[in-house]
Design a protein around this ligand. Structure first.
Ligand SMILES: NC(=O)c1ccc[n+]([C@@H]2O[C@H](COP(=O)([O-])OP(=O)(O)OC[C@H]3O[C@@H](n4cnc5c(N)ncnc54)[C@H](OP(=O)(O)O)[C@@H]3O)[C@@H](O)[C@H]2O)c1
Length: 334
Protein backbone atom coordinates (compact mmCIF):
# COMPACT_ATOMS: atom_id res chain seq x y z
CA UNK A 1 0.00 0.00 0.00
CA UNK A 2 1.26 3.46 -0.87
CA UNK A 3 1.24 5.70 2.21
CA UNK A 4 1.45 9.46 2.89
CA UNK A 5 1.79 11.18 6.28
CA UNK A 6 0.63 14.79 6.70
CA UNK A 7 2.11 16.39 9.84
CA UNK A 8 5.14 14.09 9.62
CA UNK A 9 7.43 16.54 11.47
CA UNK A 10 5.17 16.70 14.56
CA UNK A 11 5.16 14.58 17.73
CA UNK A 12 2.37 12.31 16.49
CA UNK A 13 3.69 12.21 12.91
CA UNK A 14 7.16 11.09 14.01
CA UNK A 15 5.63 8.45 16.28
CA UNK A 16 3.45 7.11 13.45
CA UNK A 17 6.53 6.86 11.21
CA UNK A 18 8.34 4.88 13.91
CA UNK A 19 5.41 2.47 14.27
CA UNK A 20 4.91 2.01 10.52
CA UNK A 21 8.58 1.26 9.93
CA UNK A 22 7.97 -2.45 10.53
CA UNK A 23 4.70 -2.72 8.56
CA UNK A 24 5.25 -5.05 5.59
CA UNK A 25 2.09 -3.67 3.95
CA UNK A 26 3.73 -0.26 3.42
CA UNK A 27 5.14 -0.31 -0.11
CA UNK A 28 8.17 1.85 -0.85
CA UNK A 29 8.87 5.08 1.00
CA UNK A 30 5.92 6.98 2.48
CA UNK A 31 5.34 10.51 1.18
CA UNK A 32 6.17 12.84 4.10
CA UNK A 33 4.24 16.11 4.23
CA UNK A 34 4.09 19.22 6.39
CA UNK A 35 3.55 22.94 5.98
CA UNK A 36 6.23 25.12 4.35
CA UNK A 37 7.87 25.39 7.81
CA UNK A 38 8.79 21.71 7.99
CA UNK A 39 9.63 21.25 4.28
CA UNK A 40 13.17 19.90 3.88
CA UNK A 41 13.23 18.27 7.33
CA UNK A 42 14.88 14.84 7.25
CA UNK A 43 12.91 12.14 9.07
CA UNK A 44 13.72 8.52 9.75
CA UNK A 45 11.58 5.73 8.35
CA UNK A 46 12.64 2.08 8.66
CA UNK A 47 16.29 3.12 9.04
CA UNK A 48 16.22 5.44 6.02
CA UNK A 49 16.36 9.25 6.04
CA UNK A 50 13.48 10.73 4.02
CA UNK A 51 12.80 14.36 3.22
CA UNK A 52 9.56 16.06 4.12
CA UNK A 53 7.90 18.42 1.65
CA UNK A 54 5.17 21.02 1.70
CA UNK A 55 1.78 19.43 1.09
CA UNK A 56 0.03 19.87 -2.27
CA UNK A 57 -2.91 18.13 -3.95
CA UNK A 58 -0.68 16.07 -6.26
CA UNK A 59 0.89 14.35 -3.24
CA UNK A 60 -2.26 12.27 -2.69
CA UNK A 61 -2.43 10.88 -6.24
CA UNK A 62 -1.91 7.11 -6.17
CA UNK A 63 -1.85 7.02 -2.36
CA UNK A 64 -3.91 4.23 -0.72
CA UNK A 65 -3.71 5.28 2.94
CA UNK A 66 -2.78 8.67 4.36
CA UNK A 67 -2.31 9.47 8.03
CA UNK A 68 -3.03 13.05 9.11
CA UNK A 69 -1.68 14.73 12.26
CA UNK A 70 -1.44 18.35 11.19
CA UNK A 71 -4.25 19.95 13.20
CA UNK A 72 -7.90 20.61 12.38
CA UNK A 73 -7.41 23.41 9.84
CA UNK A 74 -5.11 21.32 7.64
CA UNK A 75 -7.41 18.29 7.99
CA UNK A 76 -10.44 20.26 6.87
CA UNK A 77 -8.57 21.44 3.77
CA UNK A 78 -6.68 18.29 2.81
CA UNK A 79 -9.03 15.52 4.02
CA UNK A 80 -11.55 15.93 1.19
CA UNK A 81 -8.71 16.45 -1.34
CA UNK A 82 -7.01 13.19 -0.36
CA UNK A 83 -10.30 11.27 -0.21
CA UNK A 84 -11.31 12.62 -3.63
CA UNK A 85 -7.97 11.38 -4.98
CA UNK A 86 -8.94 7.88 -3.79
CA UNK A 87 -6.97 7.68 -0.52
CA UNK A 88 -8.31 6.62 2.88
CA UNK A 89 -7.50 9.31 5.42
CA UNK A 90 -6.92 8.40 9.07
CA UNK A 91 -7.25 11.76 10.79
CA UNK A 92 -5.86 12.53 14.26
CA UNK A 93 -7.46 15.97 14.49
CA UNK A 94 -10.94 16.76 15.81
CA UNK A 95 -12.08 18.15 12.42
CA UNK A 96 -14.16 15.16 11.28
CA UNK A 97 -14.78 13.14 14.46
CA UNK A 98 -18.42 14.06 15.01
CA UNK A 99 -19.31 14.31 11.31
CA UNK A 100 -22.25 12.12 10.32
CA UNK A 101 -20.99 9.20 8.23
CA UNK A 102 -17.40 9.46 9.51
CA UNK A 103 -16.43 6.52 11.72
CA UNK A 104 -14.70 7.34 15.02
CA UNK A 105 -12.66 4.26 15.70
CA UNK A 106 -10.83 2.54 18.52
CA UNK A 107 -10.02 -0.79 16.85
CA UNK A 108 -10.48 -2.94 19.98
CA UNK A 109 -13.98 -1.48 20.46
CA UNK A 110 -15.45 -0.79 17.03
CA UNK A 111 -12.81 -1.92 14.55
CA UNK A 112 -15.55 -3.80 12.69
CA UNK A 113 -16.49 -0.43 11.14
CA UNK A 114 -13.31 -0.56 9.02
CA UNK A 115 -13.27 -2.59 5.84
CA UNK A 116 -10.01 -3.28 3.98
CA UNK A 117 -9.53 -0.80 1.18
CA UNK A 118 -9.82 -2.19 -2.32
CA UNK A 119 -8.31 0.92 -3.88
CA UNK A 120 -10.12 3.47 -5.99
CA UNK A 121 -12.58 4.86 -3.46
CA UNK A 122 -11.32 6.88 -0.53
CA UNK A 123 -12.86 8.42 2.58
CA UNK A 124 -12.12 9.78 6.05
CA UNK A 125 -11.86 7.82 9.31
CA UNK A 126 -11.40 9.75 12.54
CA UNK A 127 -9.01 8.88 15.35
CA UNK A 128 -10.55 9.96 18.67
CA UNK A 129 -9.18 12.45 21.17
CA UNK A 130 -6.27 11.08 23.24
CA UNK A 131 -8.05 11.14 26.61
CA UNK A 132 -11.21 9.70 25.13
CA UNK A 133 -9.37 6.69 23.66
CA UNK A 134 -7.94 5.53 26.97
CA UNK A 135 -11.17 6.17 28.88
CA UNK A 136 -13.17 4.31 26.20
CA UNK A 137 -10.77 1.36 26.39
CA UNK A 138 -11.51 1.05 30.13
CA UNK A 139 -15.24 1.75 29.94
CA UNK A 140 -16.09 -0.51 26.96
CA UNK A 141 -15.46 -3.89 28.68
CA UNK A 142 -17.31 -2.71 31.81
CA UNK A 143 -20.22 -1.41 29.73
CA UNK A 144 -20.57 -4.84 28.14
CA UNK A 145 -21.15 -6.58 31.49
CA UNK A 146 -22.70 -3.89 33.70
CA UNK A 147 -24.40 -1.48 31.19
CA UNK A 148 -22.85 1.86 32.10
CA UNK A 149 -25.37 4.68 32.62
CA UNK A 150 -23.06 7.43 33.88
CA UNK A 151 -19.35 8.09 33.31
CA UNK A 152 -17.73 10.89 35.31
CA UNK A 153 -14.20 11.62 34.15
CA UNK A 154 -11.40 13.85 35.47
CA UNK A 155 -8.32 13.92 33.26
CA UNK A 156 -4.73 14.89 34.11
CA UNK A 157 -3.19 15.46 30.71
CA UNK A 158 0.45 15.63 29.70
CA UNK A 159 1.81 18.64 27.83
CA UNK A 160 2.85 16.54 24.79
CA UNK A 161 -0.87 16.21 24.10
CA UNK A 162 -0.67 19.80 22.87
CA UNK A 163 2.26 19.19 20.50
CA UNK A 164 5.96 19.89 20.44
CA UNK A 165 5.66 23.64 21.13
CA UNK A 166 3.87 22.79 24.37
CA UNK A 167 6.69 20.47 25.47
CA UNK A 168 9.17 23.28 24.69
CA UNK A 169 7.06 25.70 26.78
CA UNK A 170 7.25 23.44 29.85
CA UNK A 171 11.00 23.01 29.33
CA UNK A 172 11.51 26.79 29.08
CA UNK A 173 9.55 27.35 32.31
CA UNK A 174 11.59 24.65 34.06
CA UNK A 175 14.71 26.62 33.14
CA UNK A 176 13.21 29.93 34.21
CA UNK A 177 10.17 29.42 36.48
CA UNK A 178 9.56 33.12 37.06
CA UNK A 179 9.40 34.22 33.43
CA UNK A 180 5.99 34.89 31.87
CA UNK A 181 6.19 32.71 28.79
CA UNK A 182 2.73 31.35 28.14
CA UNK A 183 2.24 30.91 24.42
CA UNK A 184 0.46 27.56 24.34
CA UNK A 185 -1.08 27.31 27.82
CA UNK A 186 -3.25 30.01 29.44
CA UNK A 187 -1.20 30.03 32.69
CA UNK A 188 2.31 28.82 33.57
CA UNK A 189 2.28 25.02 33.38
CA UNK A 190 5.47 24.38 35.38
CA UNK A 191 4.63 23.52 39.07
CA UNK A 192 0.97 23.95 38.19
CA UNK A 193 -2.33 22.34 37.13
CA UNK A 194 -4.67 24.07 34.69
CA UNK A 195 -8.36 23.07 34.50
CA UNK A 196 -8.88 24.52 31.02
CA UNK A 197 -8.00 22.74 27.76
CA UNK A 198 -9.15 24.22 24.45
CA UNK A 199 -11.62 27.02 23.90
CA UNK A 200 -14.19 28.06 26.51
CA UNK A 201 -17.70 26.97 25.48
CA UNK A 202 -21.01 28.68 26.20
CA UNK A 203 -22.23 25.87 28.48
CA UNK A 204 -19.38 26.45 30.95
CA UNK A 205 -17.20 23.61 29.71
CA UNK A 206 -13.95 23.71 27.76
CA UNK A 207 -13.55 22.15 24.32
CA UNK A 208 -11.55 19.13 25.54
CA UNK A 209 -14.31 18.23 28.03
CA UNK A 210 -16.94 18.43 25.31
CA UNK A 211 -14.81 16.12 23.12
CA UNK A 212 -14.66 13.47 25.84
CA UNK A 213 -18.44 13.64 26.36
CA UNK A 214 -19.45 13.44 22.72
CA UNK A 215 -16.72 11.13 21.45
CA UNK A 216 -17.16 8.58 24.25
CA UNK A 217 -20.84 8.25 23.35
CA UNK A 218 -20.09 7.92 19.64
CA UNK A 219 -17.39 5.26 20.13
CA UNK A 220 -19.63 3.22 22.45
CA UNK A 221 -22.59 3.65 20.08
CA UNK A 222 -24.59 5.44 22.76
CA UNK A 223 -26.61 8.65 22.90
CA UNK A 224 -28.26 10.50 25.79
CA UNK A 225 -28.78 7.20 27.63
CA UNK A 226 -25.11 7.51 28.65
CA UNK A 227 -24.56 10.56 30.87
CA UNK A 228 -20.94 11.73 30.63
CA UNK A 229 -19.27 14.55 32.56
CA UNK A 230 -15.64 15.59 32.27
CA UNK A 231 -13.20 17.98 33.91
CA UNK A 232 -10.01 18.09 31.82
CA UNK A 233 -6.81 19.39 33.39
CA UNK A 234 -3.33 19.99 32.04
CA UNK A 235 -0.49 18.96 34.35
CA UNK A 236 3.30 19.36 34.03
CA UNK A 237 3.89 15.79 32.87
CA UNK A 238 5.68 15.47 29.52
CA UNK A 239 4.01 12.28 28.26
CA UNK A 240 1.24 10.04 29.62
CA UNK A 241 -2.35 11.03 30.32
CA UNK A 242 -4.15 9.92 33.48
CA UNK A 243 -7.89 9.83 34.14
CA UNK A 244 -9.89 9.25 37.31
CA UNK A 245 -13.18 7.65 36.27
CA UNK A 246 -16.38 6.97 38.21
CA UNK A 247 -19.01 4.78 36.57
CA UNK A 248 -22.61 4.22 37.59
CA UNK A 249 -24.10 1.11 36.00
CA UNK A 250 -27.50 -0.43 35.48
CA UNK A 251 -26.36 -3.75 36.95
CA UNK A 252 -24.79 -4.11 40.40
CA UNK A 253 -20.99 -4.16 40.42
CA UNK A 254 -19.03 -7.36 41.01
CA UNK A 255 -15.37 -6.32 41.33
CA UNK A 256 -14.00 -9.75 40.38
CA UNK A 257 -16.06 -9.72 37.20
CA UNK A 258 -14.98 -6.14 36.51
CA UNK A 259 -11.29 -7.04 36.83
CA UNK A 260 -11.77 -10.14 34.63
CA UNK A 261 -13.56 -8.15 31.93
CA UNK A 262 -10.75 -5.58 31.88
CA UNK A 263 -8.01 -8.24 31.94
CA UNK A 264 -9.61 -10.07 29.00
CA UNK A 265 -10.00 -6.93 26.89
CA UNK A 266 -7.24 -6.67 24.30
CA UNK A 267 -5.04 -3.65 24.86
CA UNK A 268 -5.90 -3.22 28.57
CA UNK A 269 -3.81 -4.24 31.57
CA UNK A 270 -5.40 -4.18 35.01
CA UNK A 271 -4.19 -4.75 38.54
CA UNK A 272 -7.25 -5.72 40.63
CA UNK A 273 -5.66 -4.61 43.93
CA UNK A 274 -7.62 -1.42 44.84
CA UNK A 275 -4.41 0.22 46.02
CA UNK A 276 -2.42 -0.64 42.87
CA UNK A 277 -1.83 1.96 40.15
CA UNK A 278 0.53 2.96 37.37
CA UNK A 279 1.84 6.48 36.80
CA UNK A 280 2.62 8.25 33.50
CA UNK A 281 6.38 7.90 34.03
CA UNK A 282 6.04 4.14 34.31
CA UNK A 283 4.03 3.59 31.14
CA UNK A 284 5.71 5.94 28.62
CA UNK A 285 6.49 3.95 25.47
CA UNK A 286 3.86 1.29 26.18
CA UNK A 287 0.98 0.54 23.85
CA UNK A 288 -1.47 -0.69 26.44
CA UNK A 289 -3.96 1.18 28.61
CA UNK A 290 -3.36 0.58 32.34
CA UNK A 291 -6.22 0.38 34.82
CA UNK A 292 -5.68 0.54 38.59
CA UNK A 293 -7.37 1.77 41.80
CA UNK A 294 -10.32 -0.43 40.85
CA UNK A 295 -12.76 -0.18 43.73
CA UNK A 296 -16.40 -0.18 44.63
CA UNK A 297 -18.10 2.96 45.81
CA UNK A 298 -19.22 2.81 49.43
CA UNK A 299 -23.03 2.96 49.74
CA UNK A 300 -23.67 2.52 46.02
CA UNK A 301 -23.61 -1.09 44.73
CA UNK A 302 -23.97 0.17 41.13
CA UNK A 303 -20.88 2.42 41.14
CA UNK A 304 -17.18 1.75 40.70
CA UNK A 305 -14.08 3.88 40.42
CA UNK A 306 -10.87 3.43 38.50
CA UNK A 307 -7.62 5.11 37.45
CA UNK A 308 -6.65 4.91 33.79
CA UNK A 309 -3.18 5.74 32.43
CA UNK A 310 -1.85 5.54 28.86
CA UNK A 311 0.82 7.00 26.59
CA UNK A 312 -1.05 9.79 24.76
CA UNK A 313 1.33 9.69 21.79
CA UNK A 314 0.91 5.92 21.36
CA UNK A 315 -2.55 4.50 22.16
CA UNK A 316 -3.86 8.07 22.48
CA UNK A 317 -2.78 8.97 18.94
CA UNK A 318 -0.18 7.25 16.73
CA UNK A 319 -0.75 3.63 17.73
CA UNK A 320 -4.52 3.89 17.40
CA UNK A 321 -4.13 5.57 13.99
CA UNK A 322 -1.68 2.94 12.74
CA UNK A 323 -3.98 0.17 14.03
CA UNK A 324 -6.74 1.70 11.88
CA UNK A 325 -4.34 1.79 8.92
CA UNK A 326 -3.54 -1.90 9.57
CA UNK A 327 -7.26 -2.67 9.32
CA UNK A 328 -7.54 -0.67 6.09
CA UNK A 329 -4.59 -2.63 4.72
CA UNK A 330 -6.33 -5.87 5.74
CA UNK A 331 -3.40 -6.69 8.06
CA UNK A 332 -4.55 -6.23 11.67
CA UNK A 333 -1.70 -6.67 14.14
CA UNK A 334 -1.75 -7.89 17.72
N1 LIG B 1 -0.01 14.99 20.82
C1 LIG B 1 -0.98 14.15 21.15
O1 LIG B 1 -0.91 13.44 22.18
C2 LIG B 1 -2.19 14.04 20.26
C3 LIG B 1 -3.13 13.08 20.58
C4 LIG B 1 -4.26 12.94 19.78
C5 LIG B 1 -4.42 13.78 18.71
N2 LIG B 1 -3.50 14.74 18.42
C6 LIG B 1 -3.74 15.59 17.26
O2 LIG B 1 -2.75 15.32 16.29
C7 LIG B 1 -2.42 16.53 15.57
C8 LIG B 1 -0.92 16.77 15.65
O3 LIG B 1 -0.51 16.81 16.99
P1 LIG B 1 1.04 16.89 17.39
O4 LIG B 1 1.05 16.73 18.85
O5 LIG B 1 1.86 15.98 16.54
O6 LIG B 1 1.37 18.42 17.02
P2 LIG B 1 2.78 19.10 16.66
O7 LIG B 1 3.89 18.40 17.33
O8 LIG B 1 2.59 20.54 16.92
O9 LIG B 1 2.93 18.86 15.07
C9 LIG B 1 2.04 19.49 14.14
C10 LIG B 1 2.34 18.99 12.74
O10 LIG B 1 1.38 19.54 11.86
C11 LIG B 1 2.04 20.19 10.78
N3 LIG B 1 1.21 21.32 10.33
C12 LIG B 1 0.75 22.34 11.09
N4 LIG B 1 0.00 23.18 10.32
C13 LIG B 1 0.00 22.67 9.08
C14 LIG B 1 -0.57 23.08 7.85
N5 LIG B 1 -1.32 24.18 7.75
N6 LIG B 1 -0.36 22.32 6.74
C15 LIG B 1 0.38 21.19 6.81
N7 LIG B 1 0.98 20.75 7.96
C16 LIG B 1 0.78 21.48 9.07
C17 LIG B 1 3.36 20.63 11.36
O11 LIG B 1 4.28 20.83 10.31
P3 LIG B 1 5.43 21.96 10.31
O12 LIG B 1 6.71 21.23 10.67
O13 LIG B 1 5.44 22.41 8.90
O14 LIG B 1 5.06 23.00 11.30
C18 LIG B 1 3.69 19.39 12.21
O15 LIG B 1 4.17 18.35 11.38
C19 LIG B 1 -3.31 17.62 16.19
O16 LIG B 1 -4.49 17.72 15.43
C20 LIG B 1 -3.62 17.07 17.56
O17 LIG B 1 -4.82 17.59 18.08
C21 LIG B 1 -2.38 14.88 19.17
Amino acid sequence: MKVAVLGATGLVGRTMLKLMGDRAWVSGDPVLLSSARGAGTKLEFAGRQLECKEVSAEDFQGVDITLFSAGGDASRIWGPVAAEAGAWVVDNSSAWRMEEGVSLVVPEINGHLIKPTGGGKGGIIANPNCSTIQVAMAVAPLDRIFSVREAHVTTLQAVSGAGQKAVAELERQEQNPNAEMNEIFPRPIFHNAIPAIGAALADGSYEEEDKVVRELRKILGRKDDLAVTCTATRVPVVTGHSAAVRLVCEKPIDLTKAADALANFKGVEVDPDPHAYMTPREIVGQSTVHVGRLRAEPNNPHALMLWVVADNLLKGAARNAVQIADLLAGKPQS
